[in-house]
Design a protein around this ligand. Structure first.
Ligand code: FCB
Length: 461
């Protein structure tokens, strides 16, 4: 035992008292146990089994085996000092096939998980939908069908009935933009449909599902969006217009109905050639515009966009219905293993913009982090200086936003564990804890120690 402690560096940037420090995961990405205790397939089980959809043919069948290892994982969270844990509930576990009564065996898993968290003084933050739609619901039309919004509200009520006595923080949806536009537009995510007009309908029905679920739960809820800043390449009118369009389709198409009860007029115009928006019915916007307890923001990067190139005759990008000819040019910054540019100042910009345009709602970073090609060193440790630097820079950006008056109340690292990174499979590692998949050993990376120190000092050295 040593008697002298290394001299602690002083905390330079302290966060406000009570700032919430957490880490996040999602059901399909970590649970495994794909057909246990009555769970039925989700669209991601189907999609990952379809050839050439997911890198190396990876699936979530086993993932991090968290379904069986949750106690050890919660112990690890406690060791890291987390205040809160954001996880999602798998709809096909709780309501197999997406219809009929609740499956108590599926709910029991989440009861056990929540009890374990509370016993360790970690606040559970439940997300009701992180993309694993029951395949049965997709077979009846998925999010393109209006009825799915009502089915989602029924399922949300089942989860709330089971956990509402112990869980106070509810998030309806994770990143409806991804679910709608990558799931039904570009098709690079499940269910893999390439139907741009239907992607817009899916976005509306996801929002409607949020509103109906909020009404059914009758408690304050939040929602998580992948909002980020879109910058024009130059101040030329064509580039400014490109930025307006992409900001409309990524950000305002969700934030305006949620926080103002309207769809932006310019976005309606941009979509005119794609859809008559006939799926928007009287009263829908009132349903969507529920009081929000908080807005969750998942932030990884930003985009720089430019006017369409008149010489370019390639097929338009179906990710952006009606604006698929906008060019994504980037800023030439260093990238993560995902190829995403690292732009910490963009996080400050994003937070400030939301606080200005949509004031009076508490903000949380519900995801932020980076994939890098980690390796276990000869000493058995995983040293990930790039990820640590990423966290350090982005936490500074959060601190800057708070100093500028943004009501940012907490931060969740993505992710607690390396996991199934959707179309990229297990090759992309986002964890602060390394997962050795063949043995399922967990090895906290150097970034986990860094983050733990941030939590302890409620700030940065
Ligand atoms: C977000 C998702 C999350 C994870 C990160 C890297 O879009 O919400 O599940 O895949 O990206």
């Amino acid at each position: 035992m040593t008697t002298t402690q290394p001299k602690q560096e002083q905390t330079q940037r302290e966060f406000p008292p009570g700032f919430l420090w957490g880490a996040a995961t999602a059901s399909y990405q970590i649970e495994g146990a794909a057909d246990e205790d009555g769970r039925t397939p989700s669209i991601w089980d189907t999609f990952s089994r379809t050839p050439d959809k997911v890198a190396k043919g990876d699936t979530g069948d086993v993932a991090c085996d968290h379904y069986h290892r949750y106690k050890d994982d919660v112990a690890m969270m406690a060791a890291l000092g987390l205040d809160a844990y954001r996880f999602s509930v798998a709809w096909p576990r709780v309501q197999p096939g997406g219809s009929g009564p609740a499956n108590q065996r599926g709910l029991d898993f989440y009861r056990r998980l929540v009890d374990e968290l509370l016993a360790r003084d970690i606040e559970p933050w439940v997300t009701l939908y992180h993309w694993d739609l029951p395949q049965g619901v997709e077979d009846r039309g998925g999010w393109v069908a209006r009825d799915t919004a009502a089915r989602f509200a029924d399922y949300a009520a089942m989860v709330h009935d089971a956990l509402g006595d112990r869980v106070r923080r509810w998030t309806t949806l994770n990143e409806p933009w991804v679910a709608a536009f990558l799931g039904y537009g570009s098709g690079i995510h499940a269910p893999g449909r390439t139907e741009p007009a239907n992607a817009v309908a899916a976005a509306h029905h996801l929002l409607l599902g949020h509103g109906l679920a909020a009404q059914r739960l009758g408690v304050p809820v939040g929602i998580t969006l992948n909002t980020n800043s879109i910058y024009p390449a130059t101040d030329l009118p064509g580039d400014l217009d490109a930025a307006r369009r992409i900001d409309g389709l990524l950000n305002r198409i969700f934030m305006d109905p949620l926080l103002k009860g309207t769809y932006p007029i310019d976005v309606r115009g941009d979509l005119a050639g794609v859809s008559d928006l006939g799926f928007i019915r009287d009263g829908d916007l009132e349903t969507i515009h529920q009081p929000l307890e908080f807005l969750g923001i998942n932030y990884y990067t930003t985009q720089v966009v430019a006017a369409p190139d008149p010489q370019e005759s390639a097929l338009p990008d179906r990710t952006w219905p009606g604006s698929g000819d906008v060019r994504f040019v980037g800023r030439g910054a260093p990238v993560t293993a995902m190829g995403w540019e690292i732009h910490p100042a963009g996080l400050t910009d994003t937070l400030r913009r939301i606080a200005t345009d949509y004031p009076a709602v508490d903000l949380y970073i519900t995801e932020n982090g980076a994939a890098f090609d980690d390796e276990i060193g000869p000493d058995g440790r995983v040293d990930d200086p790039q990820r640590t630097a990423y966290y350090d820079a982005h936490l500074r950006a959060c601190h800057d936003a708070i100093a500028a008056g943004v009501p940012l109340k907490g931060y969740f690292a993505w992710s607690l564990l390396d996991n199934f990174e959707w179309a990229e499979g297990y090759a992309k590692r986002f964890g602060i804890v390394y997962v050795d998949y063949p043995t399922q050993a967990r090895i906290p990376k150097a970034s986990a120690r860094f983050y733990s120190d941030v939590i302890t000092r409620n700030g940065l050295a």
